[in-house]
Design a protein. Structure first.
Length: 326
């Protein structure tokens, strides 16, 4: 899995940078405060460039630096998905782990979606303070396995689930041991040996599904059904979103929005939810409330139709049992 490092003040060796990118080959990034602003530098493969920037910064600065190397499990493998991520101009973050979150933009990583969620808080900086509502929401989202590191423009930092990593004698924090030389890739806690040294079943090259990948083959994201054509998770998501909007407003979202992401953002903000499943349940509850006071068969039919689409979507996510499997 990815490697996240909080480098407190000392100069780390170039070996650390080379090892983390060798073990996490989908990009290397650093972030720090310079000139009163948060700055990030990212590269898909050029360790020399990133280390040169880092070393130059360290010559005159002993303030914290975030370091991250990515092994992609969600989203495209390009520079836009390399950490650190800006939450806003005053806060950045890096992440190690895999977060179970509704994906609304499949080109973006799970971390991008988390950063986007934090951005929507009234005061995103509160996520760094334990015990706050904002911190508790993101902590709950991350569970007991994910690790997040935040750095703000004042050089204050916060590590969420710090106990899952470790510190060295200089006070630097590491999310795992992938800054050391290794003969395997760690993807979601599973080992895939480089070059297939442990046999074809663990070959790095055997796990290519559309682009170079270092993870296990993706789980099926379609609902098993008794029709000839199996529907993809993306199609089920689109159906659910369209049904939510139509149930709320009586018209297709395409009449008012250019993209489904804009439609979802407005609806989720209005309903005070963050995922498509939470949105659907809220719309159903609202419609059922209307049914109690309006003797309208249309409300009942709309709730039924929306519930069916929600069931289909959750079944595809393996949240609900699949009645078509034995």
């Amino acid at each position: 899995m990815c490697t996240a490092i909080l480098n407190k003040s000392n100069l780390l060796s170039k070996d650390v940078f080379e090892n983390v990118l060798d073990n996490n080959p989908d990009g290397l990034g650093i972030g720090f405060v310079e000139g009163g602003k948060l700055r990030t530098y990212k590269d898909l493969s050029n360790v020399d460039r990133i280390y040169s920037i880092y070393k130059k910064f360290r010559k005159s600065n002993s303030t914290p630096v975030l370091i991250h190397a990515r092994i992609g499990t969600q989203g495209s493998k390009d520079e836009s998905n390399i950490h650190p991520y800006f939450v806003n101009e005053d806060l950045m973050m890096i992440h190690n782990g895999i977060i179970d979150i509704d994906i609304i933009n499949h080109k973006k990583s799970d971390t991008w979606h988390v950063a986007r969620s934090i951005q929507r808080f009234y005061d995103p900086s509160m996520v760094m303070q334990e015990g706050t509502h904002e911190h508790n929401i993101i902590q709950s989202m991350c569970g007991s396995t994910n690790k997040l590191v935040f750095l703000n423009v004042h050089n204050n930092y916060h590590i969420m689930n710090a106990r899952l990593g470790h510190y060295d004698k200089e006070g630097n924090w590491y999310s795992n041991h992938n800054y050391l030389k290794s003969n395997y890739y760690d993807v979601g806690g599973k080992r895939y040996y480089k070059g297939g040294t442990k046999g074809a079943a663990y070959s790095y090259n055997d796990y290519d599904y559309g682009y170079t990948s270092y993870a296990k083959k993706p789980k099926v994201t379609a609902m098993a059904c008794p029709t000839d054509r199996v529907r993809t998770l993306s199609e089920l998501y689109d159906d659910l979103l369209s049904e939510c909007y139509y149930t709320m407003y009586g018209s297709p979202w395409e009449e008012f929005y250019d993209t489904k992401y804009e439609a979802f953002e407005d609806m989720s903000t209005y309903m005070g939810v963050r995922t498509i499943t939470e949105l659907a349940r809220s719309v159903i509850e609202l419609n059922q409330y209307h049914e109690q006071y309006n003797d309208d068969d249309d409300d009942e039919l709309e709730s039924y139709s929306l519930q069916r689409k929600l069931d289909d979507y959750e079944r595809a996510l393996n949240i609900a049992p699949n009645p078509f499997t034995k």
